[in-house]
Design a protein around this ligand. Structure first.
Ligand SMILES: [Mg+2]
Length: 168
């Protein structure tokens, strides 16, 4: 699998349903927070996110947060959930993803990472040696750097969809 290409692409986090994950042999999710589960301005998970987590929990699927955002952001978001959580993870470095996996006592094959950024999330998952799902950012920033990153991502996503269409 190419270094920057995701294994799965979902319209929203909910695409990673408990039944889909089970089918893939996945029993642990490592998750980005910002723009993957909620936009930056939402300090806490929505009802939808909480319902999704409880359906995962009922299926025996564990979850951990690995975020590049600060401790306060991650702690507040995680307050009602109490998952294993690492702020300031410095993705695309894979250290905190590996640590979350060790803490959850799961193997690489059993774990899926989900995030919204190719150059941080997908790359970090690849470097950790695990599969990765990409979602489009919930509320994208419009600054020049973000627009430039999106422009760089375009051919990667084109290739992903070309390959996927060939496989079905
Ligand atoms: Mg993000």
């Amino acid at each position: 699998m190419p270094l920057l290409s995701p294994d799965f692409y979902f319209e929203t986090y909910a695409g990673a349903s408990a039944s889909f994950l089970k089918e893939q042999g996945i029993c642990a999710l490592v998750l980005d927070i910002d723009n993957t589960l909620e936009p930056y301005e939402n300090a806490r998970p929505s009802e939808g996110v909480l319902a999704w987590f409880s359906s995962l929990g009922e299926a025996g699927i564990r979850a951990a947060f690995v975020s590049n955002n600060n401790k306060e952001r991650v702690d507040t978001f995680n307050e009602s959930l109490g998952f294993i959580a690492y702020p300031k993870a410095k993705k695309p470095f894979a250290g905190k993803i590996k640590r979350a996996m060790r803490e959850m006592k799961v193997t690489k094959g059993e774990t899926l990472f989900m995030g919204d950024q190719i150059f941080t999330d997908v790359l970090a998952a690849r470097l950790a040696g695990i599969r990765c799902a990409l979602v489009p950012p919930i509320k994208d920033k419009t600054d020049a750097l973000t627009r430039f990153k999106r422009w760089l991502e375009r051919p990667i996503m084109k290739r992903y969809f070309r390959r996927k269409n060939k496989n079905v």
